[in-house]
Design a protein around this ligand. Structure first.
Ligand code: PRP
Ligand code: MN
Ligand code: MG
Length: 181
């Protein structure tokens, strides 16, 4: 179980590609939010790596909060049932919120979060997602900042897990089917 190479098929997005894209998104976010307070909300646990790198690429002052939700559990398919495991510490009233996510798959997690955050009175809510699987969408999510559109293969790494494993990989890679079948 410790030899990762046998458990992956192909590298889909390299660490270098991720960092270059996040730099590009950081410049766009800085321009778009000039003169406004900005609250980044990371969705635990998958967004930890994106938040950690992206937030440090911003040369401006921001605040940061975290929400822990889960819809996948130990499986490879979204259950559609979103559970709050840790709520925000911040009052969203009047805040410009940028949700930071690792991936939009079915879109169910973000669709639920958008509705939840809107009901708390945020001034604006936008989404930054490193990855998106257009062919897997069950609901359309309007995401202003998207890193890469990818196929529907089950991917891991850079925060993305299978059963809590592989989050620490530097690249995003396709999980070999023998690992989960
Ligand atoms: C994963 C991923 C996104 C969500 C995307 O989180 O990090 O948050 O699923 O899937 P969806 O668009 O189909 O809803 P997960 O529920 O696995 O929790 P985790 O971040 O702790 O891994
Ligand atoms: Mn997640
Ligand atoms: Mg997960």
């Amino acid at each position: 179980a410790a030899d990762i190479a046998d458990q992956l098929t192909t590298v889909l997005v390299t660490e270098e590609e991720i960092h270059a894209k996040l730099e590009e998104l950081a410049r766009r976010v800085e321009a778009d939010y000039a003169g406004k307070d900005l609250l980044l909300i990371g969705v635990l646990k998958g967004a930890v790596m994106v938040m950690s790198d992206f937030a440090r690429m911003l040369t401006r002052d921001i605040t940061m909060d975290w929400m822990a939700v889960s819809s996948y559990g130990a499986g490879t398919k979204s259950s559609g049932v979103v559970q709050i495991r840790k709520d925000l510490d911040t009052d969203l009233t009047g805040k410009h919120v940028l949700i930071v996510e690792d991936i939009i798959d079915s879109g169910l997690t973000l669709s639920w979060l958008l509705e939840n955050f809107a009901s708390r009175g945020a001034a604006s809510i936008e989404i930054l997602a490193l990855l998106r699987k257009p062919a897997a969408a069950k609901v359309e999510i309007d995401s202003r900042y998207v890193g890469f559109d990818i196929p529907t293969d089950f991917v891991v790494g850079y925060g993305l897990d299978f059963d809590e494993r592989y989050r620490n990989l530097r690249d995003v890679a396709v999980l070999a089917p023998h690992v989960y079948s």
